[in-house]
Design a protein around this ligand. Structure first.
Ligand code: PMP
Length: 286
């Protein structure tokens, strides 16, 4: 059975699920999206994802032509149509079909679609042994350009960072911000642990405010693990006891090498393991 994709109220077979070449999402990266997980048949942090989607849309001056309840129902309907209990959801809203000029004035109505699929996580041994990463030369968006807090369809800086990672033979790259401070990875947030304190860049340090990041901060508070949001420099990464990344698809992955330097003991550290396990339980058991 072919996967079903929801496009503006219709469930279509994957091969028939198409958007126009005149859609400004394709022509200009003019749109916003979310990457969401379903665990045990429940959409994880659905309200937070919809909230971030609406915030992103507001900044790019895109009026989503659905209510939050309607988009939640569209996601639930698509998950059900594909018989998934655990999957990844890609929710996308573009400016819609227009003409070849930049102006969205000719885009009559935004296009929305929902893809549900299995997700590609990193290989199992990376969760057990940790991951090597590099810092990329390309920086995260300047906050006064399109803010990195907007989850827009334009990921070119992040893609260039990922190509640098590929060139270096590693799966991820850390991106700095316009001031040279640590922002995040190309598709994940970053944390370090030093002296028992968990630290992560603040939301004004050029990051996407990750839903997984927020859940990890909450779990630290719940479990009385000291946790602070603060500006980090590359030096802080190199001298960290532990480092890990977080994201909806990756969940929690230990980083054990950065730019050729071994981080801590070079194996996943105790705080990372604890938070990885706590997050795993939290998502699966609620
Ligand atoms: N930063 C970037 C740039 C991302 O694209 C993502 C999502 N893949 C994240 C961080 C992590 O966010 P979340 O935990 O909401 O998936």
């Amino acid at each position: 059975m072919s996967l079903k994709v929801w496009i503006d109220g219709k469930l279509l077979d994957k091969d028939d699920a198409k958007v126009s070449v005149y859609d400004h999402g394709l022509l200009y990266g003019d749109g916003v999206f979310e990457g969401i997980r379903v665990y045990n048949g429940r959409i994880f942090k659905c309200e937070q994802h919809l909230g971030r989607l609406w915030d992103s849309a507001k900044t790019i001056r895109l009026a989503i032509p659905y209510t939050r309840d309607e988009l939640r129902a569209a996601m639930e309907q698509t998950v059900k149509a594909n018989n998934f209990t655990d999957c990844y959801i890609r929710l996308v809203v573009t400016r819609g079909v227009g003409y070849l000029g930049l102006s969205p004035a000719k885009c009559a109505r935004p296009t929305a679609f929902v893809i549900t699929d299995t997700i590609e996580m990193y290989p199992k041994e990376m969760y057990e042994r940790g991951m090597s990463v590099i810092t990329a030369s390309v920086i995260r968006n300047h906050p006064n350009a399109i803010s990195p807090r907007v989850k827009s369809l334009n990921y070119l800086n992040n893609i260039l960072a990922r190509i640098e990672a590929n060139d270096a033979g590693v799966p991820e790259a850390i991106m700095l911000n316009h001031e040279g401070n640590v922002a995040e990875c190309s598709a994940d947030n970053i944390f370090i642990v030093r002296g028992g304190v968990v630290m992560t860049p603040t939301i004004t340090d050029g990051i996407l405010e990750g839903i997984t990041r927020n859940a990890i901060i909450d779990l630290c508070h719940r479990d009385k693990i000291p946790c602070v949001e603060r500006t980090l420099q590359r030096h802080d990464l190199y001298i960290a006891d532990e480092c890990f990344l977080t994201g909806s698809a990756a969940e929690v992955v230990s980083i054990t090498r950065i730019d050729g330097r071994v981080i801590g003991t070079g194996t996943p550290g105790p705080v990372t393991k604890r938070l990885h396990d706590a997050f795993h339980r939290y998502t699966r058991e609620g």
